[in-house]
Design a protein around this ligand. Structure first.
Ligand SMILES: NC(=O)c1ccc[n+]([C@@H]2O[C@H](COP(=O)([O-])OP(=O)(O)OC[C@H]3O[C@@H](n4cnc5c(N)ncnc54)[C@H](O)[C@@H]3O)[C@@H](O)[C@H]2O)c1
Length: 319
């Protein structure tokens, strides 16, 4: 298939673009490089530099079989300070993309949604039936896009899948996390291992979890890329399917720090700080639906393996 990957110069998009090439697809990346890197676009993909909202129509006019839509703003704190940036950058941009797809007869889409659409879960593991009550504008904008996709699929026959990722981590084949503003735990802990941060702050150790620190579900980026290939192949016209993607196993902040110490062999100072307001104690996905309907099973489930791949990527100072 000829595929457009929006945000393919970013972390998840670049790994997925590489996996799509491996699977034999032809890939064009559309990315404005606002948080991505031109050198992350895998060899063999054509890069068009520009904003999805402005250039999707002109690019899709070439003729495409599908779109994988990763391009987004995705910083929770920034979305609370400056929600307009998120409603414009995420929702308006995505609606423009959907309209361009309609105009040019592109019928498949796989969308990067997020666990943030669920907010504070009533129970874990979190299934796709859980109430969607996002607690920040980032999650709210992703949920709004999910709703837009549902109605476009129903009315215009789009074959659509939203993948709600939990915490993406690890690296693949020289492609990994290089966020200028890093908010993800594993790269932060690895920055401390490299001496780029004095210490790691643990946001509370009195949560109702086995060791008192928050528990999160880390999915290896390579496993995530596999899910995109399956979602694309199994999508059906007129249907919008939604899948939660996680490891199924949660790891606590302390377990992640310990894994980083083991893998790097370095001293990583850590200090307990205040709880962060609105943090759920445990966020773990049920990926049963993805397993049953897509035949997707995460292969890289051990935290040590996820950390080892992330460490190999940053150790050579690529970060
Ligand atoms: N990384 C995670 O743990 C995680 C978890 C859940 C969901 N997601 C979602 O996955 C997607 C990718 O996340 P990531 O971590 O790779 O982020 P990233 O910032 O590395 O990648 C996003 C890419 O999109 C590009 N971009 C942003 N707005 C654009 C626009 N209007 N036009 C063109 N390009 C644009 C950026 O330059 C960047 O290359 C996002 O949609 C994010 O919400 C990520």
């Amino acid at each position: 298939m000829k595929l457009l990957v929006t945000g393919g110069a970013g972390y998840v998009g670049s790994v997925c673009a590489a996996r799509l090439l491996e699977a034999g697809h032809q890939v064009v990346v559309l990315d404005d490089l606002s948080t991505g890197h031109a050198d992350a676009v895998p060899e063999g993909c054509r890069l068009v530099t520009g904003d999805v909202a402005e250039r999707a129509g002109e690019v899709l006019a070439e003729g495409f079989d599908g779109v994988l839509h990763f391009a987004a703003k995705s910083l929770v704190a920034e979305s609370m300070r400056d929600p307009a940036r998120y409603w414009h950058g995420n929702v308006l941009t995505s609606v423009r993309l959907l309209d361009a797809m309609r105009e040019h007869g592109v019928t498949r889409i796989v969308f990067s949604s997020t666990a943030a659409v669920y907010g504070q879960p009533e129970s874990v593991p979190i299934t796709e039936e859980a109430p969607t009550r996002p607690t920040n504008p980032y999650g709210a904008t992703k949920l709004a896009i999910d709703h837009a996709i549902t109605s476009y699929a129903t009315a215009y026959g789009l074959a659509a899948t939203s993948l709600r990722y939990f915490n993406v981590a690890g690296a693949h084949d020289g492609l990994g996390e290089r966020h200028t503003v890093e908010t993800h735990l594993i790269p932060i802990v690895l920055e401390a291992a490299r001496g780029l941060r004095e210490q790691v702050h643990i946001a509370g150790d009195d949560w109702p979890t086995p060791d008192g620190t928050c528990v999160r579900d880390y999915i290896h980026v390579r496993d995530l890329a596999e899910a995109h290939v399956l979602a694309l192949e199994k999508s059906l016209p007129g249907n919008h399917r939604i899948y939660n993607l996680g490891n199924g196993t949660g790891f606590s902040v302390r377990q992640v720090i310990d894994a980083c110490r083991d893998v790097t062999g370095r001293r990583i100072p850590a200090e307990v700080a205040e709880r962060r307001l609105g943090d759920p104690a445990t966020l773990v996905a049920s990926s049963e639906r993805a397993q049953q309907e897509l035949g997707w099973y995460p292969q890289r489930r051990e935290i040590e393996e996820i950390v080892r791949d992330a460490w190999e990527f940053v150790r050579d100072d690529r970060g």
